[in-house]
Ligand binder design. Structure first.
Ligand code: S3P
Length: 187
């Protein structure tokens, strides 16, 4: 295992939907020898249903309350990597919890890259209508608009990694290693 100067904390992976949080999270945690939690997966396990169904059945307000309550509980742990949902840091003063209890890494991606990764996905309740209509321009505009609204929150991170900078063939394993090196240097 690598020599890691930081301990007794949490690394929060933040960023827009499909920015790579859930993919990079377990690899980073494994490299650190830390536990990994995915906030959305914890909520799904506790509720016994998928996020898209929670949005559909209970509504977004309910989901956001459940998200904050789950985050509060997870934020009491140490030496864990937690992948957040794309909307976590922008709701209910959750950013304050994140800042107080850990280090935030923002996996930044351009609207164009996000569009390419999101266009075939059908599990993001924030976008279902646009995808169903297969309206490319409308879908792209919604991504850009939401990203503009959320960027001020995302940019409050301790470390920003521009994932567009890495060539497409680069594996997530390599990205996790680059991330680890940067964390060691900067945080
Ligand atoms: C959301 C992002 C999703 C999930 C929910 C809401 C958002 O997580 O929490 O669908 O508001 O951006 P991912 O970022 O993992 O897709």
């Amino acid at each position: 295992m690598m020599n890691f100067s930081m301990s007794n904390t949490i690394i929060y992976l933040n960023g827009f939907m499909a920015s790579g949080k859930s993919t990079i999270g377990p690899i980073l945690a494994n490299t650190l020898g830390w536990e990994f939690y995915d906030l959305d997966r914890v909520i799904e396990e506790e509720m016994g249903k998928k996020i898209v169904d929670i949005f559909h059945d209970e509504g977004e307000k309910f989901f956001r309350e459940k998200e904050t309550e789950t985050l509060r509980r997870l934020s009491r742990m140490h030496d864990v990597v937690i992948s957040l949902g794309g909307g976590t840091s922008v709701h209910n003063n959750n950013l304050e919890i994140l800042k107080k209890t850990g280090k935030i890494v923002y996996l930044k991606a351009s609207p164009e890259a996000l569009y390419k990764r999101l266009r075939f996905k059908r599990d993001r309740p924030m976008f279902n209508a646009e995808q169903e209509q297969d309206n490319k321009e409308r879908f792209k505009a919604k991504i850009s608009h939401l990203l503009d609204q959320r960027s001020p929150f995302y940019e409050k991170a301790d470390l920003v990694i521009n994932t567009d900078d890495y060539p497409l063939g680069l594996t997530v394993d390599k990205i996790a290693k680059i991330l680890l090196k940067k964390i060691n240097e900067k945080i």
